[in-house]
Write a protein of this length. Structure first.
Length: 324
């Protein structure tokens, strides 16, 4: 640690540069209300902040001021060791935060903010000036954060469903008289339990609007039921992807969306009972509320088909037919 105070002059200079750049940014935000940047990536990143950009920059200013103060104190004999430990911790915290910000730009917004990258470079240089051990720890921390980000999927499948993201996977549509109830039926062409549900929905008494979303390419020519209207195109991969993300391995799955809320019902018996209650009654029911509601019920697999297995020849549980 004895060599570190000799390098704190450069660390203090870099911290002062960072502080000056951020204060310039704060001043520009106060005067023009816009962030100062050489490319459009800064504006994209700024638009994703949940706090005002000026407060975000203020946090950065406090950080660089603290690093500057710690660097200056390292020259003092009575507080040198304590300030060096503080300086090491501060620089590792800074590179960790920059790892998150850079990863966010790479994997989420997929654009780079030149201003953010400049700040990241300053913090990395300060870590290097402390020594090779600090450099190793900083690079390890930064790469770990980026690696973890690369393994994550930054997409909410449930929100996609609520926003009608499954429309592109719709093979056919059945119009209904109820404006409050709208369903997606995820099914397999080879699944007899799915066909039982589809036969139920094909009834003229069914008042709900239903979109039929197969998990595989349909092989049969023409529409299997009279009240279906074919869509111009469909992509079954969208439906299969949703099942994989949600960890579901069986069909049929009924998805109801209403005012941004989503409800799932799994298994032929549960779906039939739900549809009987809400699609075949003359009483208008209130739409669902309360956000995501999971109604995945435990099943003995007698009214479901596994997505990776052909159960077309399997015996069909008659309980579903009786419930219709």
């Amino acid at each position: 640690m004895n060599t570190i105070p000799k390098r704190t002059t450069w660390i203090s200079i870099l911290a002062l540069v960072g502080l000056a750049v951020i204060m310039t940014q704060v001043g520009n935000l106060l005067m023009s209300g816009r962030i100062l940047c050489v490319n459009q990536g800064c504006a994209v990143v700024e638009s994703t902040l949940v706090i005002p950009p000026i407060w975000f920059n203020a946090v950065g200013a406090v950080y660089f001021f603290t690093v500057l103060f710690a660097g200056m104190v390292t020259r003092h004999k009575n507080h040198g060791d304590i300030s060096i430990v503080l300086l090491r911790v501060l620089l590792l915290c800074g590179i960790s935060a920059e790892g998150v910000l850079v990863s966010y730009q790479i994997f989420v917004v997929q654009t780079f903010c030149s201003y953010c990258l400049f700040i990241c470079a300053l913090i990395l240089c300060m870590n290097v000036l402390v020594g090779w051990r600090q450099t190793f720890c900083a690079l390890l921390t930064f790469s770990t954060v980026v690696t973890v980000f690369s393994l994550l999927q930054f997409q909410n499948p449930v929100r996609g469903v609520a926003a009608s993201g499954l429309d592109q996977g719709t093979y056919a549509l059945k119009n209904g008289s109820s404006a409050q109830r709208s369903f997606y039926l995820l099914f397999s062409e080879e699944c007899p339990h799915c066909h039982r549900v589809m036969e139920m929905l094909d009834s003229s008494d069914a008042r709900c609007e239903v979109r039929y979303n197969p998990i595989k390419e349909m092989r049969a020519e023409g529409l299997p039921f009279a009240h279906m209207t074919a869509t111009a195109s469909y992509d079954p991969a969208i439906n299969m992807s949703l099942l994989k993300v949600l960890g579901l391995k069986t069909v049929p799955i009924l998805i109801e969306k209403s005012s941004g809320n989503v409800r799932f019902i799994s298994g032929g018996d549960a779906i039939a009972e739900y549809l009987k209650r809400y699609c075949f009654t003359q009483k208008e029911n209130k739409p669902i509320s309360g956000g995501l509601q999971s109604l995945f019920q435990e099943s003995n697999n007698q009214d479901e088909c596994k997505v990776d297995t052909d159960c077309g020849s399997a015996p069909v549980d008659q309980s579903l037919e009786q419930s219709l």
